[in-house]
Design a protein around this ligand. Structure first.
Ligand code: CU1
Length: 532
């Protein structure tokens, strides 16, 4: 519908720029979230390209060490807070009301505020990157996204901009999460009980609950940092009676659940995509809900596995090790449920399904390296090496970003009314996946061989693998230009998509021997019941 048509239909509804600025419409806000995330993905991706260009060979190529560290820091902050989290909120905004049979999100004005805090935060973050190049701008932020003191207390003005950006991002996440929780609890259409909700809604519910619990802790931690920097406190300064390790506990109490905040929306997308393209209902719905509760609870009590090397008591270390290994049980359960959903299904392999299957494989691999890292004596060896970098990129690209890609391809027909170009979609998938694996798989080996992470230069024996990794990164990075092209092409036109765009993917093509089971869950939200 064109802007003017929208304005005509709702009397006095703003059009043009005001439509977006003052929007309380979940679809428009969802669109803005997704576009913002896309812009941030390209920004963070450009930083990643700079990192890999610098690491293309030993020696300093294009930048000084402190600038390298700043780029590394902002790559992480932008990807996590700017790209992955807003994209997930965008999907939730678009799909939740339709899935639950609600007319809109529960708190539409709060929804508007949650979104518009994001560009402000991005402006602060980008300013912090420009400051070191200006006279009097201070030293760059070189702490990494973990912002550990004492370095974060000592760094320049850019750190204050970064801290304020995190405050705004946290506020945006908390408000957005409250909206998601209230929508799910209060806005379901009659008959839509909790246990009938699509799995995506369950995943978003737990994502939001996690954020409401942990984002304030991060906000508190960085506020204490701010006080140490400017107001003479010494929360994290041993000379004044404080303890820098305290910050690590505050940070990772947020930081570990944050991994699940990024992961769960992708799990939600997978539990929609896999049944649709397997033409079978989701296997073990109740077990998955139980698994989510298990995962949600455990993810809050395993944080110190990120800091085995700080000298915690052996008892505490063992506790965190055991809990971390236990958390692989609900994750394994999810993988099993996805495999059982595909088992003997009439599978077809459109782009969303290709992503879903590759995610199950690659994320399981990250699960295995994750268990390796959970084991204390082994982690003493791997800590702060490229093995960790390889591990969490296998967790966060398949486990979050690729899940979002799957969701975008799955729902683009719904959003735009057009089918995307399936052939280009498949080309993008293979280009993307090959580039990704070429980049990050070799990093396991340099890591095991002892190459430290967060370092601008390395010794010559790591040269070949780093060059391979950089070539992979350029293949991976450029693939996203095709993604952008596919999305724009789909928005601008293409084959018309009906109410149930994936129905055309007919069963029987893989030798289905029995009656087709009940329709895929897509039906549950294509015709939402009228609510008044
Ligand atoms: Cu963790």
């Amino acid at each position: 519908m064109s802007t003017t048509a929208v304005a005509e239909e709702h009397h006095g509804a703003p059009s043009g720029l005001k439509r977006w600025l003052f929007s309380t419409n979940h679809k428009d806000i969802g669109t803005m979230y997704l576009i913002f995330a896309l812009v941030m993905m390209f920004t963070g991706g450009a930083l990643a390209m700079l990192i890999r260009a610098e690491l293309f060979m030993p020696g300093l190529q294009i930048m000084q060490p402190d600038i390298y560290n700043m780029i590394l820091t902002d790559h992480a902050l932008i990807m996590i807070f700017g790209a992955v989290m807003p994209a997930a909120t965008g999907l939730a905004n678009w799909m939740l009301p339709m899935m639950l049979g609600a007319p809109d999100m529960a708190l539409p004005r709060l929804n508007n505020l949650s979104f518009w805090l994001l560009p402000a935060a991005a402006a602060l973050l980008l300013t912090s990157m420009v400051l070191p190049f200006l006279p009097g701008g201070g030293a760059p932020v070189t702490t990494g996204w973990t912002l550990y003191p004492p370095l974060s207390v000592q760094s320049g003005m850019g750190m204050d901009f970064t801290i304020f950006a995190i405050h705004l991002l946290g506020a945006s996440s908390i408000l957005g999460s409250i909206n998601i929780v209230v929508t799910i609890l209060n806005m379901r259409a009659p008959g839509m009980t909790m246990m009938k909700m699509p799995m995506f809604a369950w995943c978003m519910l737990f994502t939001a609950l996690l954020l409401i619990i942990v984002a304030p802790v991060l906000a508190g931690g960085v506020t204490m940092l701010l006080f140490d920097r400017h107001f003479g406190t010494s929360f994290f300064d041993a000379a004044g009676g404080g303890d820098p390790v305290l910050f690590q506990h505050l940070f990772w109490f947020f930081g570990h659940p944050e991994v699940y905040v990024m992961l769960l929306p992708a799990i939600g997308v997978l539990s929609m995509v896999i049944p649709t393209f397997s033409r079978k209902p989701l296997f073990g719905y109740k077990a998955l809900v139980g698994g989510l509760i298990f995962l949600f609870s455990l993810s809050l009590i395993v944080w110190a596995h990120h800091q085995y090397t700080v000298g915690m008591s052996p008892l505490a270390t063992e506790y965190f090790m055991i809990m971390t290994i236990v958390i692989s049980i609900p994750v394994g359960l999810m993988i099993l449920n996805f495999l059982m959903t595909m088992w003997r299904g009439a599978m077809t392999f459109e782009t969303p399904m290709l992503y879903a299957i590759s995610i199950v494989i690659m994320f399981s691999f990250a699960g295995v390296t994750g268990v390796m890292l959970a084991v204390v004596p082994a982690d003493m060896e791997y800590h702060d090496t490229y093995f960790v970098v390889a591990h969490f990129h296998y967790a966060l690209l398949p486990g979050a970003l690729f899940g979002l890609f799957a969701g975008v391809f799955y729902w683009l027909p719904k959003w735009t009314g057009h089918m995307y170009d399936e052939k280009l979609g498949k080309i993008f998938f293979w280009w993307n996946i090959i580039g990704f694996n070429l980049t990050f798989f070799p990093q396991h080996f340099v890591g095991l061989a002892g190459m430290p992470r967060r370092i601008v230069d390395y010794s010559p024996q790591f040269a070949e693998i780093n060059m391979l990794s950089s070539i992979g990164a350029f293949i991976f990075g450029t693939s996203h230009l095709l993604f952008l092209y596919i999305v724009i092409k789909c928005i601008r036109g293409g084959e018309k998509a009906g109410d149930m765009p994936w129905e055309g993917a007919k069963a029987g093509t893989t030798g289905l021997e029995w009656e087709l089971p009940s329709p895929p869950p897509f039906h549950s939200y294509t015709t939402p019941p009228v609510v008044r």
